[in-house]
Design a protein around this ligand. Structure first.
Ligand code: NAD
Ligand code: IPM
Ligand code: MN
Length: 378
């Protein structure tokens, strides 16, 4: 039995729908394994701006700092589009990431067999895709100073800056992860033009010397954008800075069939943060059709990385695979002809996943559970 103290931040648009779908799945797991879940909800984003005048209220931040893990849905609302960046819903999420200090954003992209048919790419190109995008989340253009916009003079400016220690620590995360995967790191930069990328490259090379078992190569980001489409299966672990990682991960969502499929874990800070890669999807809000896979996959990452519950994490991932293999899908998958054929709504999809959660009693992997089981048998 484990205690899971999770701060849940549903946020805006489809955020509440996908988060509640993931909590449906968590409930099935916690009932089966006897885990005690505290999943109190806190406002973030536009909803929080409307209610409390702040995209990240102090009470939300405090709850996140005190929790064992944070689950975010999405932030963003078209009604705030005219506001300057610092006064928009996304500012709340950016502040949360910064305050928690989670600098390592893991975005796994795996195309399971049941999903191959939904990719816009030919099956022979997407089959076997299994990459881990390691995106630096705490620095770069997102946070660099000075920054500003002077509408009158017609000038906007941002600062791209990384220090060696920031590159060093994210590189170590990528190399460590590669060790448990295919043993290959592709570091993506723009070293032919940008000074920061030259620092990035030399720092990655220096870290690589400490990981002689890992193969490292460097790729320029423009070429990488092409390679992700042309030969996606070549990538094992991608290591890149904040903005490049943001862009490449949406591209990876596209190749997998939908942005709604990808989940993420942001580690290395006070509290781990889990969120789907997609946004609030204003174009489908309130339709009840959002794909909750990215949030359910984020939940699996949370159980694995924050709570050490590997069997439960694997059970979720296998249940997702099983739903896709059985032809279950949400409306975003397929497009074209398939878009008009039957698909599952958000909650119905989650129910199919929940139905396919199989946890072997001996596979719980926690001492007290195994003992309990033996007692029952004795
Ligand atoms: P988006 O990710 O919200 O949507 C892009 C497209 O993908 C849309 O057509 C949408 O319908 C579709 N889509 C996304 N997630 C889906 C899902 N789970 N199921 C089905 N379809 C899905 O990106 P956008 O439209 O560029 O941005 C909308 C708002 O979200 C903006 O305010 C933006 O700032 C914000 N945003 C927030 C996050 C986040 O909270 N982490 C991420 C990206 C964008
Ligand atoms: C993401 C999102 C965020 C980002 C936005 C909402 C700030 O696009 O998580 O990919 O750019 O990091
Ligand atoms: Mn993004």
């Amino acid at each position: 039995m484990a205690r899971l103290n999770i701060a849940v931040l549903p946020g805006d648009g489809i955020g509440p729908d996908v988060v509640r779908a993931a909590l449906d799945v968590l409930r099935v797991i916690s009932d089966a394994c006897g885990h005690q879940v505290n999943a109190a909800e806190w406002p973030i984003g536009y909803v929080a701006m409307q209610g409390e005048g702040d995209a990240l209220p102090a009470s939300t931040l405090q709850a996140c700092l005190e929790a064992d893990a944070v689950l975010v849905g999405a932030v963003g609302d078209p009604r705030a589009d005219a506001a300057p960046p610092a006064e928009r819903p996304v500012a709340g999420l950016l502040k949360l990431r910064r305050e928690l200090g989670c600098f390592a954003n893991l975005r796994p992209v795996r195309v399971s067999e049941g999903l191959v048919q939904y990719s816009p790419l030919r099956a022979d190109r997407v089959r076997g895709v299994d990459m881990m995008i390691v995106r630096e989340l705490g620095g770069g253009l997102y946070y660099g100073e000075p920054r500003g916009l002077d509408v009158e003079s017609g000038r906007g400016w941002n600062t791209l800056s990384y220090e060696r220690w920031e590159v060093d620590r994210i590189a170590r995360v990528a190399f460590g992860l590669a060790r448990g995967r295919g043993g290959r790191v592709t570091s993506i930069d723009k070293a032919n033009v940008i000074e920061v990328s030259r620092l990035w490259r030399t720092t990655v090379d220096a870290v690589a010397e400490e990981y002689p078992d890992i193969t490292v190569d460097h790729m320029l980001v423009d070429r990488a954008a092409m390679e992700v489409l042309a030969r996606p299966a070549q990538f094992d672990t991608i290591l890149t800075e904040n903005l490049f990682g943001d862009i490449l991960s949406d591209e990876a969502g596209g190749l997998a069939g939908s942005l709604g499929l990808l989940g993420s874990a942001s580690l290395g800070g006070t509290t781990d943060l889990y969120e789907p890669v997609h946004g609030s999807a204003p174009d489908i809000v309130d339709a009840g059709t959002a794909n909750p896979t990215g949030t359910i996959a984020s939940l699996a990452l949370m159980l694995r990385h924050s709570f050490g519950l590997e069997p439960e994490a694997t059970a979720i991932e296998q249940a997702l695979d099983a739903v896709f293999a059985a032809g279950g899908r949400t409306a975003d998958l397929g497009g074209g002809e398939l878009a008009s054929t039957a698909s599952l709504g958000t909650r119905a999809f989650a129910a199919e996943v929940a139905d396919r959660i199989h946890l072997e009693p001996g596979g719980l992997g926690r001492d007290e559970e195994i003992r309990l089981d033996e007692e029952k048998r004795a």
